[in-house]
Design a protein around this ligand. Structure first.
Ligand SMILES: Nc1ncnc2c1ncn2[C@@H]1O[C@H](COP(=O)(O)OS(=O)(=O)O)[C@@H](OP(=O)(O)O)[C@H]1O
Ligand SMILES: [Mg+2]
Ligand SMILES: [Mg+2]
Ligand SMILES: [Mg+2]
Length: 414
């Protein structure tokens, strides 16, 4: 099972539905826009260092993951199974170590809520030690690739300490939040995954950076299919075979700073491009609208989301996409809505959402629980007191979505 990237006939959002209308009395609008722009610049300025460091860290981790995923796919050619966990494990740990290293360079006393911890490596006997030695190699190789002569040669003790920086309790104060490989299954299957990093202060998300190494640049949606090979759609494969340069075609990094808007950059450090502003869908047209949700039935009720979508009049089938790439899809209006309704009792972790949420919010969207309440980032490693599920959409559509959720909920309770 895998997915294919399809050309979306509708143009991309920022340009698609977000283009400003011409006004006969444009001066006040221009003045307001200019004021908004300078507010955004000031907001970004306050966290400029954090944004730069987070982007650099995510970029390094993204190349690391791309290399490991490519290795995994090559291995897959020979292997019968697509569920080999060992390489993804290397990527999880190594990406967390790389990102911690980069943050620690700037802020030696930083705290982090990260998904991984090194216990299985240090307490895992010979197997653990062998895995650790592979991780150390991978980390040092990535550092050399990006930092050249300035790259340190980290020891295994240093790498373990860097991984364990993710063991923070969170809560009030300033914390980084990291999912080094979100969408593990997508990663293993040669499909979508994300490197998701955020920074929060006293429960307020301030910075979010999300590497999406397999996400197409723009104007395309992610659809479920079986013809996806080596992370490329058949269309891209034929372009490559024809010797065409793909340029900035695949692989993007989303960035957001509170009050400063959301942007998209190429993942590939060799491609120089200005950050591209992204915006959520501005108008809701049920016939053209799309919603996205987790791929796995076990992670979210697909029956319930289908009912909510039906209440909204959405006609097309869901986009089932692994990882926080779903938030990226809403942020740049590939999709109008993201919904996740896990089984009762499942506790959502903050690293599965933090980066994606600030990116959607800064792109003009709203993310809440199913009761309409904002997510509580200051409650520790989990999203405590979450009402049923999580929804992300444009601010304009949010209330209608809440009404649709209530309607589906009442009928499902009958
Ligand atoms: N039972 C259950 N219910 C809900 N959510 C769960 C569940 N189990 C795991 N997880 C978390 O889901 C993260 C992956 O989410 P996705 O949206 O990518 O899911 S899916 O693979 O597309 O179905 C995944 O993140 P990663 O582990 O980083 O991949 C998990 O933290
Ligand atoms: Mg995750
Ligand atoms: Mg993960
Ligand atoms: Mg996991």
């Amino acid at each position: 099972m895998a997915s294919v990237i399809r050309l979306n006939v509708a143009p991309i959002v920022g340009a698609r539905r977000g283009a400003p209308q011409k006004s006969r009395n444009a001066a006040p609008i221009r003045a307001a826009a200019a004021a908004k722009k300078s507010d955004a610049a000031a907001a970004s300025g306050q966290y400029a260092r954090e944004l730069e460091v987070a982007t650099d860290a995510v970029r390094m981790a993204s190349t690391l993951c791309q290399e490991v995923q490519a290795q995994l796919m090559r291995q897959d050619e020979q292997a019968e199974t697509k569920d080999d966990r060992s390489l993804v494990t290397l990527a999880d740990y190594a990406a967390q170590a790389i990102i911690s290293w980069r943050i620690q360079q700037e802020w030696s006393d930083f705290t982090m809520v990260g998904e991984e911890d090194a216990e299985a490596l240090t307490e895992g006997g010979e197997g653990g030690a062998l895995t650790l030695s592979k991780i150390v190699k991978l980390v040092n190789k990535t550092l050399k690739l990006h930092k050249g002569m300035d790259a340190p040669e980290l020891t295994s003790t240093e790498v373990v300490d860097l991984i364990n920086k993710g063991g923070g309790a969170g809560g009030k104060g300033r914390h980084w939040v990291l999912d080094p490989v979100d969408g593990t299954l997508g990663f293993v299957r040669g499909d979508q995954y994300a490197i998701a990093l955020a920074m929060m202060e006293d429960g307020d998300l301030k910075v979010g950076v999300m590497g999406c190494p397999n996400m197409p640049k723009i104007g395309e949606v992610l659809e479920y299919d079986s013809s996806y090979t080596y992370g490329f759609s058949p269309r891209l494969v034929s372009k490559m075979l024809a010797g065409e340069s793909l340029g900035w075609y695949k692989g993007c990094i989303f960035t957001a700073v509170k009050g400063g808007g959301a942007y998209m950059l190429p993942c590939d450090p060799a491609i120089k491009a200005d950050p591209l502003p992204v915006a959520v869908s501005k108008e809701f047209d049920p016939q053209a609208a799309k919603f996205c949700e987790p791929v796995m039935k076990a992670n979210s009720s697909q029956g319930f989301t289908a009912s909510v979508a039906d209440n909204l009049g959405i006609e097309s089938k869901p986009l089932r996409v692994y990882s926080q790439v779903k938030y990226g899809s809403v942020a740049r209006a590939d999709a109008d809505v993201f919904m996740k309704f896990p089984k009762a009792g499942y506790k959502e972790k903050i690293w599965d959402h933090a980066a994606g949420v600030i990116i959607v919010e800064e792109a003009g969207g709203k993310v809440t629980d199913a009761g309409g309440a904002p997510l509580d980032w200051a409650g520790g490693r989990y999203l405590e007191s979450l009402d049923r599920g999580i929804v992300a959409t444009s601010t304009a559509l949010h209330q209608r979505l809440m009404d649709a959720v209530s309607k589906s909920w009442s009928s499902s309770q009958l």
